[in-house]
Structures are given as structure tokens and as C-alpha cells.
Design a protein. Structure first.
Length: 160
């Protein structure tokens, strides 16, 4: 008994320190994600409010009317918001799929997705962005092909 207690006594503070350090790093990553999302939203809001600022980030095909391109900025904000909720662990994959199905039911969201295809082309194939992008690609395909007005049952959430 004494030996066991002595071993626990020696490693207890070290284990507690490791646990606290790990928790601190996790909190720091969550905070950094929140800051990133907040910054994205702030910049996007300014672009939505001021067309001259929107020109800075407008990489969509110029044959698309300016009003529609501004809608694409807003569509991007919705998508990125859901992406960050998923990364933060607030939406699991099935919940993310359900929310994506809801927003991509809107034709403008599907138009945005197609118009931003080139933007996603440079993502690392193993990255979370690519994985979720492939999930949305399949969902958009299913929504476009669905002959049912019951959009909330279209598609199958991918296995985790």
C-alpha cells in the first residue's frame, strides 16, 4: 500500500500539470477559432455593407450580377458559420449534415456552391474543408436530383 501511495504521490502533480496544460491548449484553440470566426464575420459584414470593400474579396465570375455576388458573400457566411460550429464540436457530423441540408435547400446556396467550386480546388484532400466539401457536393447533387418536395429527408448523412 505504501509503495502504491508513494508512486501516486510522485506522479499525481505531474499528471495534474499535464491535464491542466492540455486543457489550456484546448481552450486556447477554441478561443483562436472563435477569434477567427469573429474576424471573418466582421470582414464579411463590412463587405456586405460597402460594395467598394466587397470588390476586394470578390473573386466570383464578373458575368454574375453584383447583387448575386453579394448574396454569395452572405451564403459563404452561413456555410463558414456551420463549418466552425462543427469544428468546435457544437454540431456532430449528422447535425452538420441536417443544417447543411436546410441551407442548401435554397437555390441561391446551391448557386453559391457551384460558383465557389474553384475556391475549394486548392484544399488539401485530407483536410476537414475537403471532407465537408465532398459531403456538400453529394448533398447538392441529391437535392438537385430529388423529385420530391420533401427536402428535409433528401440525402444520407455520411458515416462518422
Amino acid at each position: 500500500m505504501a509503495t502504491r501511495k508513494n508512486v501516486v504521490g510522485r506522479f499525481g502533480p505531474a499528471a495534474a500539470g499535464m491535464l491542466l496544460a492540455t486543457a489550456g491548449m484546448t481552450l486556447a484553440r477554441l478561443y483562436a477559432r472563435q477569434l477567427e470566426q469573429r474576424m471573418h464575420w466582421e470582414l464579411l459584414t463590412r463587405a456586405l455593407d460597402d460594395p467598394s470593400l466587397a470588390e476586394v474579396i470578390d473573386t466570383y465570375d464578373k458575368s454574375i450580377p453584383a447583387e448575386r455576388r453579394r448574396q454569395f458573400f452572405y451564403a459563404n457566411a452561413w456555410y463558414v458559420s456551420l463549418y466552425h460550429l462543427h469544428l468546435a464540436g457544437l454540431l456532430d457530423q449528422e447535425e452538420l449534415f441536417g443544417r447543411l441540408r436546410e441551407v442548401f435547400h435554397a437555390p441561391v446556396m446551391r448557386e453559391y456552391w457551384e460558383a465557389s467550386r474553384e475556391h475549394r480546388a486548392s484544399f488539401n484532400a485530407a483536410s476537414p474543408e475537403s471532407r465537408i466539401g465532398r459531403m456538400v457536393d453529394g448533398l447538392v447533387r441529391d437535392l438537385d436530383e430529388a423529385d420530391s418536395e420533401v427536402w428535409w429527408v433528401v440525402g444520407t448523412p455520411p458515416a462518422v
